[in-house]
Structure formats: C-alpha cells, structure tokens
Ligand binder design. Structure first.
Ligand SMILES: Nc1ncnc2c1ncn2[C@@H]1O[C@H](COP(=O)(O)OP(=O)(O)O)[C@@H](O)[C@H]1O
Ligand SMILES: [Mg+2]
Length: 457
C-alpha cells in the first residue's frame, strides 16, 4: 500500500495517486461515544480531547474526508504546529485508514494538498509556516495535537476559516489533556470552544462494545499506558488536565478513589457542604459515612451550576435531598455576611427561609486541606488487608473528579492550594466544598441543640 513519506513526496511526479487500501477489518468506519458525536456538531470551534488512543485523530480525519466528499469545492486543512510532524502521523493514518481507492483522491506535491474528484481539496500545512495558511481560506480546519499551538496560532486559524462552500465553517481539533492552565482548556471552560471527551472504550480497535471487553490489542495498549507515571500517566492514560508540576493532591488516583454509585443505607450519617457562586460555579457536595470499621466517606452527589439565585439554590438543594436524613448543611462562611448596603438578607438567611438550615463551615484552609489529604491517603484499616483510602467518590461527581488533579501548591505557601495560577483563578469550587465537608466531619453529631437534625423535603 503506498504511503507518502517526505522522500517519496520529493521524488514523486507532480500528481501522485495515493489512495490507500482499507485494511480488511476497517472497510467501514464505525465511531462511538464522543468520536461519534463530533460528526454531527457544527460549533465554530470544537475540541475532541481524551487520553492517548481513543480514536480522536481518526475521527476528525474521517469527518474531514466525509465533508470533502459531501461538499464539492470545499477547502479543508490538516495542520499541526510543525509541518514535518504531520507526515509521519496524520498523513499516514489518512492514507492508510481513511482514504479508499474508490475515493480517487490525488496528492499534489507542489501545493501540498489532497485533491478530490469533485473539486474539494485538503491542504496540509504547519503553523511553523503561517504564511501558507494566511494566504488562503478554508471551510474545515483540523488541528492535530492542538495543545502544541499558541493562542496566536489558533487565532490565525479562526480568521482563515470563512471559505463559504460548506454550510458551516469549523475548526475541529484534538489533543491529550495537558496542564489545566493551558489556554485551550481555559477556552473550553469559557465556552468559546466546545469540548468533547473521548474514552478508550470509544475505540473499537481496543474495546469490543458487543461483549464489553478489551481486545487483545487494547489490553496491550493499556498496559503500555499503565506503565507511565506522574503527569504523563494522568494526561495519556486517564485523560485529565493535571498539573505537570506541583500537583497538590498527588495521592489522588481515580482507580482507588472513584466508585460506581450504589444505594446507600438510610441510617448512614449524611451531611452537605456548599461553596457559594453565582457567575462562578456554585458547588454542593453530599457525603455519607459508612458504619464500617474505617468509616468510609462516600461523596454521593454533586451540584455544579452557574447563574442560580440564592433562593433557587436553596430550593434545588432541598429538592435533591428529599427523603434523605441530612444531619447538617454547611456553607462557605462568606454566605453569612450581612449585605446591608444592598438591603438584602445574608445568603444563609435566604437559605434558611427556603428550608435549608445552613451552618457556617470552619474556613481554616491548611487544617482543612490536611483533612482532605488524610481522607485521601491509602492506609491499612484495622479490618482490611488491602490498602484503600477512606474517601470514595461516586463516578457521578464529575466536576470534583475533574478538578481535584488540577489543584497545585501555592508557590507562597506550600501547604496551601493555589487559588490563582499566573493571574487566573483556579477552578477550586468543588475542592473547597470538599474541604468544608471533611473539616466539619469531626464535629460531633450529638450536639443537637446546636445542630438540629433535619428531615429535608
Ligand atoms: N472506530 C474505529 N474503528 C477502527 N479503528 C479505529 C477506530 N477509531 C480509531 N481506530 C484506530 O485506533 C488507533 C488509535 O486511534 P487514533 O485516532 O490515532 O487515537 P488518538 O488520536 O485518540 O490517540 C488507530 O490505529 C486508529 O486507526
Ligand atoms: Mg491522535
């Protein structure tokens, strides 16, 4: 099967037929999960992220070629920071797996582009030569390994994407997560780029959806990723935006700390903590303490929302706790501040009026973070022989799970979590709620005159 290497490109006649042969098991491409979703999405900027090998590159190349066939005369772009890196990565995959003989696609070496019989073209270029990109316009731009780009590179692409042949113009990008402060992560967080998260289970080469088991190739691949350590493990195996250096919760490991939801016994003690927000996320976490020897703490529910007014927050909180016996509701102490200048009740009083008897959490950061670290630590419990941490988070608490690995040490106080990194506020709302929960865990439940037991609902 012909593959186009640099050498071959140089020696090739001006127009070279490169249509590849599909491998026998890949006659028809079947995407799954997030890799499937991106085919129907038309947002002007879309990021398909995930650990290594989930099928991101394949999916976006397939979409590019599909659009080239569907919209005659469209102009596509395959780009990456360094042009030379595309030859051995995307171009090999494009020709090996995506293009088929019957597509009759030709490679034009002089213009560095794939030409379709219907007049569509897909240009290959690197941002190391931005002039090539700046001098033309596109309908669909695919950015491979997008974290390599600077924001400036990305903005160049946004200005070139206006060819007007396709009914929509779009930048589609893929990457493995990197440092949480990366501009691309922030751009997704701010809603300018739509984010889609792919998993290894989305890739049929590695995971068989019909039997729900890993294929032999998949197992071998995962074993390679499992051997990684530190931030590389987090980025490439787990697919999380984790700080490369100075990660605060270095013991955090989803394999140990995340469990599937189950029905909790009604008699376990439950309590709730709130980190207030309106424009920033408002985060509520629910905890239950098991009656096993190690008194395992299960975080069983999360709310993570913006734009909710105080009374709406209280109503929702009560609604979610309906039928559950919640021993205490703790709030961020700032919720108890008087708002006399605005002629408003404190947030805590609004909550109380709406049936949520909020108590102020103790806001001592360092002892609070130590409580979190202790609960997260693996230790041998009196009744267990295997190491298992006291803290167990239901997999449904997605924002907590996502943001724990993003917390880094405060450069001015190593024992504290940084609330800003390079001038940007860190996304610490779920971790703050977790800190309140675990700080207050030790306050004795028996003092009912001070902390009334409440039946919510
Ligand atoms: N839906 C699919 N069906 C068959 N093979 C796939 C599918 N998606 C991906 N693959 C294959 O899995 C391997 C890894 O996919 P790739 O797109 O390179 O992953 P990523 O870009 O996420 O690291 C490639 O060989 C690719 O052809
Ligand atoms: Mg890739």
């Amino acid at each position: 099967m012909p593959r186009v290497g640099q050498q071959e490109l140089r020696n090739a006649p001006p127009i070279l037929t490169i249509a590849g042969q599909p491998e026998s098991d890949e006659v028809s491409y079947q995407p799954a999960g997030a890799c499937r979703e991106v085919f129907t999405r038309r947002a002007s900027e879309l990021l398909l992220e995930g650990p290594s090998g989930t099928g991101k590159t394949r999916a976006l190349l397939e979409k590019l070629s599909l659009c080239a066939k569907r919209y005659p005369g469209m102009r596509g772009l395959i780009c990456r920071k360094i042009r030379a890196a595309i030859t051995q990565s995307c171009q090999v995959e494009f020709e090996r797996a995506v293009l088929v003989e019957s597509d009759q696609v030709r490679w034009h070496d002089g213009d560095q582009e794939y030409r379709y019989p219907n007049g569509s073209v897909i240009v290959v270029a690197g941002l190391d030569d931005p002039q090539k990109i700046k001098s033309t316009q596109f309908d669909l731009v695919y950015v491979n390994e997008a974290t390599e780009l600077t924001l400036n590179d990305w903005e160049i692409l946004t200005t070139r994407n206006r060819n007007g042949i396709m009914p929509y113009q779009q930048i589609i990008a893929d990457c493995n997560p990197g440092d949480p402060t990366h501009w691309l992560n922030l751009r997704c967080r701010d809603g300018q780029t739509e984010r889609y998260c792919s998993k290894h289970e989305d890739n049929p080469r590695y995971f068989d959806q019909s039997t729900m088991t890993w294929t032999p190739v998949g197992m071998a691949y995962l074993a390679t990723l499992d051997a990684l350590t530190g931030a590389r493990y987090q980025h490439l195996r787990l697919g999380v935006w984790a700080a490369a250096e100075g990660q605060y919760f270095s013991d955090w490991d989803p394999a140990k700390h995340v469990c599937e939801p189950f029905d909790l016994p009604a008699h376990w003690t439950r309590w709730v903590a709130v980190d207030y927000g309106f424009a920033d996320p408002w985060c509520v976490l629910w905890a239950a303490r098991a009656d096993d020897a190690r008194r395992t703490i299960y975080l069983y529910r999360e709310l993570y929302l913006t734009g909710y007014r105080d009374e709406q927050q209280a109503d929702l909180l009560r609604e979610k706790s309906k039928g559950e016996r919640i021993a205490r509701y703790y709030g961020d102490p700032s919720m108890f501040n008087r708002r006399t200048e605005q002629n408003k009740l404190s947030i805590a009083l609004v909550y109380r009026q709406h049936g949520v008897p909020l108590l102020p959490a103790v806001n001592k950061r360092i002892p609070g973070w130590q409580a979190v670290l202790r609960t997260m630590a693996s230790e041998r419990g009196p009744s267990t022989t295997s190491e298992s941490p006291r803290l167990q988070v239901f997999s449904s608490c997605k924002n907590l799970i996502r943001t724990i690995p993003q917390m880094v040490h405060d450069p001015l106080d190593n024992e504290d979590v940084a609330d800003k990194i390079r001038g940007r506020k860190t996304e610490d709302h779920a971790c703050d709620a977790l800190r309140y929960l675990l700080t207050m865990e030790t306050v004795p439940v028996g003092r009912r005159h001070q902390f009334p037991m409440t039946i919510a609902g």
